[in-house]
Ligand binder design. Structure first.
Ligand code: GLN
Length: 502
């Protein structure tokens, strides 16, 4: 069975483990072998924790053999984005400034993953401090899109998305501040979910923009995302913005959706998130998916969110402002890198040298922008105005959700572009997130699932729901996935070119 183990969904692998058809050691080893065979070309991982993963797997196998009651995902291996702190495993957030740092504690979501017995395969590549849409801003080299190795895997969580798309891991953790779970999902043909703000603990995420950051699942199926989301989500007293209410039943919603029946569900098409700037093939797949939803019994309505056109502008003031403050702690004293200048090494000069050498250009760009936007005299004009726009965007969502149960749009305006193509044009890079950023500004949940190909490259479909109604994402996402896979005769990733193995 071992050659096929990497092709199974997490749910199917969990079933095989429960039925005793395979062991976690065998499944974990199969994924480690796959990483050894293809990650030289993909470079999804910054660190592979083979020994630790196998030790966890052996422990779970022993507990299963002893008849212990285990979590549904026990023994299913997982990859974790390198912005999430992991006790004893190097954590760099894709930055030189954290090179060599080994955290002394686990993020809450990692604690939950460990407690449930999921072997952690390793840490995945990302844009430095999660700033980017291509993973090219990583200080540790590019990740390559498994569909075409000359193309970007999206970002900032390109490593997690590529690992799952390349069958190196059935599950991964991503984080999404402006789209970093959903946009990589779209361009790699994987499923990604940004949960409702506050529904997955941020304790132990290296903060980029605290009012926007949210961790979530990266998987190959909608059901797998629901399973992982239920595992990592729910209240955490260590996160002051954590929601106290329990999560809605996500797995149940995914299973219900998988019947393909959406009778009575109102789907709102966001007028402002289509048209100019969107690749024709992306729009064509979007409209075909709407036809499928209609055929499944959904009522399709058009909604308008007039302030979404200012979302990108507001985001690029709020996010850098918060990031400039969050990144102040990397001062050469506490974590990772310390650069000591030869002459007159005062504390201030050590900090300046460490930050000068430790941060990449994109991070510096945003720290400068954020510091400026927060400075006395400019605060009201920039940060203050952006916060007002944020309120208007939240009101747009409220009005739209009065007319529809979920909202939909393409996830990203284009398919995967070539490595290097947008690297020297920050604004072109920022535009990748036009459709994903509004959800972060409003705190509402969003899911991206693959809905076809354009010119041989995956396209993503985005579903958005009101805050705390993440179950709707899974119901609608699973229904669309079922209908699409009926057309394709199986998962879209089965159509991806075979990677050369070594
Ligand atoms: N691409 C966006 C940015 O560069 C979003 C990043 C993210 O979600 N972490 O800020």
């Amino acid at each position: 069975m071992s050659a096929d183990l990497t092709r199974l969904s997490a749910a199917a692998l969990a079933d095989a483990l429960a039925a005793g058809e395979t062991s976690s050691v065998e499944a974990t080893q199969a994924h480690l072998d796959r990483i050894a065979a293809v990650d030289g070309a993909v470079h999804a991982f910054l660190h592979v924790s083979a020994d630790e993963a196998l030790a966890t797997a052996a422990d779970v196998d022993a507990r299963r053999a002893a008849g212990e009651d285990l979590h549904a995902l026990a023994g299913v291996p997982i990859a974790v984005k390198d912005v999430v702190v992991t006790k004893g495993l190097p954590t760099t957030a894709g930055s030189k400034i954290l090179e060599g740092w080994v955290p002394p504690y686990d993020a809450t979501l990692v604690e939950r993953i460990r407690a449930a017995g999921l072997p952690i395969l390793g840490k995945t590549n990302m844009d430095e401090f999660a700033m980017g849409s291509s993973t090219e801003h990583s200080a540790y080299g590019n990740t390559h899109n498994p569909w075409d190795l000359d193309r970007i895997p999206g970002g900032s969580g390109g490593g997690s998305a590529a690992a799952v798309a390349a069958f190196e891991a059935p599950l991964a953790i991503g984080t999404d501040t402006g789209g970093s779970i959903r946009q990589p999902g779209a361009v790699t043909g994987t499923v990604g979910v940004k949960p409702t703000y506050g529904s997955v603990s941020r304790y132990g995420l290296i903060a980029m923009a605290s009012s926007l950051d949210q961790a979530g699942p990266v998987t190959r199926t909608v059901l797998d995302s629901a399973l992982l989301h239920e595992l990592i989500g729910g209240h955490d007293p260590l996160d002051s913005t954590s929601i106290a209410d329990p999560l809605p039943s996500l797995v149940e919603a995914a299973r219900e959706g998988a019947t393909g029946d959406l009778t009575g569900v109102r789907v709102g098409v966001i007028r402002e998130l289509q048209g100019e700037g969107y690749q024709p093939g992306v729009l064509a797949r979007f409209h075909e998916s709407l036809d499928l939803l209609r055929a499944a019994g959904a009522e399709i309505v058009e909604v308008s969110c007039p302030h979404f056109e200012y979302a990108l502008g507001a985001y690029y003031l709020i996010m850098p402002s918060e990031a400039s403050s969050n990144l102040a702690k990397f001062d050469g004293m506490r974590f990772g890198l310390r650069v000591v200048p030869d002459d007159n090494p005062t504390a201030e000069r050590v900090m300046a040298a460490t930050r000068g050498q430790g941060f990449g250009d994109e991070v510096k760009r945003r720290i400068i922008l954020g510091t400026y936007a927060l400075s006395a005299g400019y605060y009201d004009a920039y940060y203050g105005s952006a916060q007002k726009v944020r309120t208007l965007i939240q009101r747009d969502f409220d009005a739209a959700f009065a007319q529809a149960d979920v909202l939909v749009s393409p996830t990203a305006p284009t398919t995967a572009f070539k490595l290097g193509e947008k690297l020297d044009d920050p604004l072109a890079m920022y535009l990748n997130d036009v459709a994903t950023i509004p959800a972060n500004l409003a705190g509402v949940p969003g899911l991206s699932l693959p809905n076809g190909l354009d010119d041989g490259l995956p396209v993503g479909f985005q579903v958005l729901a009101p805050a705390k109604a993440d179950d709707r994402l899974y119901r609608v996402g699973a229904a669309l996935e079922t209908l699409l896979e009926k057309e394709w005769g199986g998962p879209l990733l089965a159509q991806a070119p075979e990677l050369e193995t070594r």
